[in-house]
Write a protein that binds this ligand. Structure first.
Ligand SMILES: [Zn+2]
Ligand SMILES: [Zn+2]
Length: 258
């Protein structure tokens, strides 16, 4: 039976279409057996998103909070078919954890997507050093060439997200999510299972995604957040956490030996 130990894509009321505080999210995560949570509110292009000061000050929140590791993150929007992201230089240096996702907001930039254009878009994002997670990329409208891009995500240490929320709110993506997972399995590319919670009751809701992964015989060792040591190793090697946070080394060591 597959299980998870961290939820690395969640929203708080700062997103203004989500409804819980960081404290409520963290406590819910701990109660549900998570050792870590990433708070990844929407970047500026999303209507109602918090302003730049929210993100640049987010690391004021303690990295060890309410008994769990709290990663100060952002869900940045892919703005156009070139793969431009709405994260500025200041935020790039300060975020511990960045999810990059396409949201179809009807703004200029993402018109006439084709498989070829979306492949180029994700290839660009694959090479952006600030990105950790490729968020809910199963949309049929923005279908890309999985065989080309997914191995590149792996080479560039991008985690491919299987988003549990998609099984409820992006149902047209479900079939592609399965194909994406199968492609990750084929090429040995690590994934992350996320709730994309918009309130505290949804934290650690990973069941539907895990059920699908079980069905396709997805290897446990490729699910980053099925294992504490793997999450910590990734945070250590591929994020700004050590540079950004006071006592970061001590915190990571403490968690590694807990
Ligand atoms: Zn999203
Ligand atoms: Zn989200």
């Amino acid at each position: 039976m597959l299980k998870t130990v961290a939820d690395l894509h969640t929203h708080t009321l700062a997103s203004t279409h989500a409804y819980s505080t960081i404290r409520e999210m963290a406590e819910s995560a701990r109660e549900k057996g998570m050792f870590a949570i990433a708070i990844t509110d929407h970047a500026r292009t999303m209507p109602g998103a918090p302003g730049p000061w929210y993100f640049s000050s987010l690391h004021e929140m303690p990295a060890l909070y309410r008994g769990i590791l709290l990663l100060a993150g952002m869900e940045t929007n892919v703005l156009d078919l070139k793969g431009t992201l709405d994260i500025d230089d200041n935020e790039r240096g300060r975020m511990d954890w960045v999810v990059a996702s396409i949201h179809d907001l009807g703004l200029p930039g993402l018109e006439d997507p084709t498989v070829e254009r979306c492949t180029a878009l994700w290839m660009h994002v694959a090479h952006d050093p600030v990105v950790n997670v490729i968020g809910h990329s199963g949309s049929p409208k923005f279908r890309y060439d999985y065989e080309t891009v997914i191995p590149e995500f792996g080479r560039c240490h991008k985690l491919v997200e299987i988003n549990d929320h998609s099984f409820a709110v992006r149902r047209s993506s479900i079939e592609n999510c399965r194909t994406i997972a199968l492609t990750c399995k084929k090429y040995g590319v690590p994934i992350v299972v996320s709730s994309d919670a918009h309130n505290e009751t949804q934290v650690a809701n990973h069941g539907k995604a895990l059920e699908m992964l079980c069905e396709i015989g997805f290897p446990e060792e490729l699910i980053l957040n099925a294992n504490r040591g793997r999450v910590l190793q990734y945070v250590r090697r591929h994020t700004n956490f050590l540079r950004n946070r006071e006592n970061a080394e001590e915190i990571l060591r403490g968690l590694e030996h807990a």
